[in-house]
Design a protein around this ligand. Structure first.
Ligand code: GTP
Length: 354
């Protein structure tokens, strides 16, 4: 893999890892902060040593910031954040054991962490964390001989409510924002896959798939449909005399003029280089010729502010769909032959396929 591409991929992975850590930051602050009240509501009713209170305080109010800081500084933030989620699960297991498996707070912690882990890392992370959490809880219960006290008091129920009510809303919001971002990315990728980067017109691959659709539509409904192939005359000399960027500008300006000349229903694509193609549904070859000539007269005025002497001239080949065109390639060849004749006959002209 080329070094530059490799570096770009590494940077992209790093950035998406950082975004992941950032997305988890606020829910962790809220989840562990409200969770502290859940666990505290049980601990306060037992004789809990001071160091356990300190550990609870650390987990609830310091760990979320430490976890984010750690992920941000890591060379692999995504991995670091997954590790943080596993640490969350282990802490969860400790608190479930300390609470003697008190039903409501334990179930709340289990459910909230499970929800978080499955949304962050799917089934694999969920099961890995569940196993870690249950193992830690059972091991502690057994090793430290902690009592098993599943009953929940009303006081404990009330102190679980903030976590039950607030945390899912935060997590839902994160999920919503993530899915919106994904939808936006999907849209952008769709655009890139069907559009030409320079002009914004359809690219050749997509345009050819639309040509196939139009040919099928012609066979079914028999409405006149015409294909126009357009090529800039002596485009190479524009590049040679004015530079590549003026050449690019010529391509962009021609694309704009084409869009303004043709109807909205017409399907315009860039075929590559200085070649363009348009499908004109519900149009005869004569109507297509008139449209192309309109384009030529628009191009008669120079479009280049900095080079008023420079004009774009085009040649065009036109082919109306008929039964002889069995495939899109036949249809394209007919228009291409007409374009070839236009070039051969002196350029700056429009020819209709015979
Ligand atoms: N600026 C620019 N030039 C391009 C681009 N794509 C292709 N070209 C150049 O466009 C030129 C295409 O020239 P041709 O179509 O072969 O010939 P022409 O000079 O237009 O002559 P005729 O078509 O015979 O009138 C080549 O010099 C390519 O390098 C592009 O995206 N931008």
């Amino acid at each position: 893999m080329p070094k530059k591409l490799h570096t770009t991929l590494v940077n992209d992975t790093h950035h998406s890892g950082l975004r992941f850590a950032k997305r988890t930051y606020l829910p962790r602050i809220v989840g562990l902060g409200t969770g502290t009240f859940c666990v505290g509501s049980v601990m306060v009713e037992h004789s809990t040593p001071g160091w356990l209170w300190l550990l609870l305080f650390f987990n609830g109010f310091i760990w979320p910031h430490l976890a984010y800081w750690k992920a941000k500084r890591s060379a692999t933030p995504f991995k670091s954040e997954i590790h943080n989620l596993q640490v969350d699960a282990i802490f969860g297991g400790i608190w479930i054991a300390v609470m003697g498996f008190n039903a409501l707070p334990s179930a709340t912690i289990f459910a909230m962490m499970g929800m978080n882990n499955i949304s962050a890392g799917g089934k694999t992370l969920f099961f890995r964390c569940v196993i870690a959490q249950i193992t830690v809880a059972l091991a502690l219960l057994w090793i430290a001989k902690l009592p098993f006290l599943p009953e929940t008091t009303q006081f404990q129920l009330y102190l679980c409510l903030p976590m039950l009510m607030i945390y899912p809303i935060f997590l839902g919001n994160v999920t919503y924002r993530t899915s919106r971002k994904l939808a936006e990315h999907k849209q952008a990728i769709m655009q890139i896959s069907v559009r030409d980067g320079l002009t914004g017109l359809y690219n050749r691959r997509h345009w050819e798939s639309l040509l196939q659709t139009e040919l099928e539509s012609f066979r079914r409904y028999r409405h006149k449909t015409t294909l126009v192939l357009i090529d800039i005359d002596h485009f190479k000399s524009i590049n040679d005399n004015y530079g590549h960027s003026v050449g690019d500008q010529a391509i962009i300006l021609l694309a704009q003029e084409l869009q303004q000349t043709m109807r909205t229903a017409d399907i315009i694509g860039r075929f590559g280089g200085d070649e363009f193609a348009a499908i004109l549904p519900h149009s005869t070859k004569l109507q297509a010729k008139r449209a192309t000539e309109r384009l030529q007269s628009r191009l008669a005025n120079s479009l280049f502010l900095l080079h008023p002497e420079l004009q774009i001239h085009i040649s065009a080949g036109i082919a109306e769909c008929d039964d002889a065109q069995e495939t899109p390639t036949h249809w394209l060849n007919a228009a291409d032959n007409a374009l070839y004749i236009a070039k051969k006959n002196g350029r700056n002209r429009v020819e209709i396929a015979g």
